[in-house]
Design a protein around this ligand. Sequence first.
Ligand SMILES: CC(C)(COP(=O)(O)OP(=O)(O)OC[C@H]1O[C@@H](n2cnc3c(N)ncnc32)[C@H](O)[C@@H]1OP(=O)(O)O)[C@@H](O)C(=O)NCCC(=O)NCCS
Length: 150
Amino acid sequence: MPLPDGIKVRQARRGDRDSIYRLLGELGIAIAVSEQSSALSWIVSHPEIEVLLAVDPLDRGVGLVALAHRPTLEVGGRAAYIDSLVVTEPMRRRGIGSELLERALARARMLGCKQVELCASLGTARDYLGRRGFKSTGLERMVWTNSGTR
Ligand SMILES: CC(C)(COP(=O)(O)OP(=O)(O)OC[C@H]1O[C@@H](n2cnc3c(N)ncnc32)[C@H](O)[C@@H]1OP(=O)(O)O)[C@@H](O)C(=O)NCCC(=O)NCCS
């Protein structure tokens, strides 16, 4: 499905800070304003994460996907993790999310990743991903937070 008129997908840059953190806000993710610039500068130049941004004709972010990838013992090779996939609410159901996901999967194929993992807790997102070839692992994600970095 083609992207809606005027929407294009490009690599995210440092200057996209406001768009990126607004989109993450729609996922309920809040990063302290004082940390946003340095975190984004590090991430957009890091070799093991790629951030793609869908932008409107005014270059405002309307959708985002981030693909982090690294070697792992468990899959016996490189594995990727999509840690954010979001399209701003008014722009949903126009094919932008599918395009972002397809670009991320194409990149994972190019990098030789053996699998791509994504945390989908919402029922609707699970159905959406199931229709795009993702299978549930039955494993629950557990997280340890380093209080020294907070
Ligand atoms: C999940 C999410 C990223 C999908 O983004 P999106 O841009 O709405 O996705 P798409 O438009 O590509 O597809 C959504 C549905 O709209 C349908 N659709 C796409 N274009 C359409 C159009 N022009 N007219 C009507 N329906 C359309 C698609 O068929 C798809 O339905 P399907 O799953 O039955 O195939 C978005 O809903 C979102 O940000 N959700 C909140 C965050 C979230 O849950 N993230 C977890 C990631 S799974």
